[in-house]
Write a protein that binds this ligand. Structure first.
Ligand SMILES: Nc1nc2c(ncn2[C@@H]2O[C@H](COP(=O)(O)OP(=O)(O)OP(=O)(O)O)[C@@H](O)[C@H]2O)c(=O)[nH]1
Ligand SMILES: [Mg+2]
Length: 302
């Protein structure tokens, strides 16, 4: 994971670090860096931003005899990456304590995103996490669109011994979510996790359906679920969902299979919302909190 992007940063470090830092040399190296970043699924805006920041930090720097050029360049790279991920540093969402601290139960989480990205499995992973933290939750089968979706969610729920609120296929997704919230409210249940339908990206009906769910139940968290493997396509989806719904955060899935790493770097810069978790496999336990410091360490060339 992340090997490609790391190689790009390393190459930049090698080009710049050889002698003194001149503008010409930095420019050449930055061009190379930008290509590598874009090739690693970092969006063009973010690649530009990182390059500009690094340049600002480096050009004209007088390097003292005892200073290590390598360290100086590395620090400027780190600073640029930190800036892009700033929203994750400043606005961490601690889901468990948010749920615990909510006065009027239930805490409502809606998972949105296009088809096949991992919404349903992620809903189950979150339920598993909450259960392990001693919180009770139910699932709302608000994907009433795709054949088999309700049974898929029920199967997860049976494995986890968690209640699913459902209606039939073709029924109103917002009504299912509403039922679930009422059910939870009446029984003092801590959280409701709403699984929604995914369709192709530009489907207007999907967006209208999701908007209605949000209008009706007013979730505490509107989470965009994105497939890290789909790179720039995922970023466009995030932007569209954010414009329509005003997202609170994102979960990136399939990070276990992503060697590029650029999507994670770009998504929060584009939506200005933090990444809460990353999906790192097909089991319920495979949901990790997104750790910015760890992510930056993994990116940095040694
Ligand atoms: N390796 C890996 N696979 C994942 C991860 N998250 C989801 N998947 C797989 O991705 C596939 C799609 O997952 P779903 O949860 O059905 O996706 P969805 O967004 O609900 O799909 P629709 O309901 O069709 O919109 C399944 O095979 C999951 O096992 C992850 O973090 N890592
Ligand atoms: Mg699904």
């Amino acid at each position: 994971m992340l090997d490609k992007i790391k190689q790009g940063l390393k190459k930049f470090l090698e080009i710049v670090s050889t002698k003194t830092i001149t503008e010409r040399k930095v420019d050449d190296a930055l061009w190379e860096l930008k290509l590598q970043l874009i090739g690693s699924d970092v969006s063009v805006i973010v690649a530009d931003k990182i390059s500009e920041e690094v340049k600002k930090n480096l050009v004209g720097v007088k390097i003292g005899l005892l200073e290590n050029i390598n360290e100086i360049v590395k620090n400027s790279l780190r600073k640029a990456v930190e800036d892009v991920l700033r929203v994750n540093i400043n606005e961490k969402i601690d889901l468990i304590s948010e749920i615990k601290n909510k006065k009027n139960k239930p805490y409502i989480i809606a998972l949105v995103g296009v088809n096949g990205v991992g919404k349903t499995l992620t809903a189950a992973k979150i339920a598993f996490l909450l259960k392990n933290k001693g919180l009770n939750c139910i699932l709302a089968a608000s994907d009433t669109f795709r054949a088999g979706s309700i049974e898929q969610l029920e199967k997860h729920a049976n494995n986890l011994n968690i209640k699913v609120i459902k209606q039939g296929y073709g029924s109103d997704a917002a009504a299912v979510a509403y039922d679930a919230v009422n059910y939870a409210r009446a029984r003092n249940i801590d959280a409701v996790i709403i699984d929604t339908a995914g369709r192709v990206q530009t489907d207007k009906n999907l967006m209208e359906e999701v908007k209605k769910i949000i209008r009706v139940v007013e979730p505490d968290l509107k989470i965009f679920v994105g497939d890290a493997l789909t790179g720039n396509d995922m970023l466009r989806q995030a932007e569209e969902f954010n414009n329509n719904l005003g997202l609170d955060g994102a979960i990136l899935t399939k990070v276990d299979a992503d060697i590029k790493g650029g999507a994670a770097l770009s998504i929060s810069y584009i939506t200005k919302k933090p990444i809460l978790f990353i999906g790192v496999g097909g089991e319920y336990k495979d949901l990790e909190e997104f750790n910015v410091e760890k992510f930056i360490e993994m990116l940095m060339p040694n």
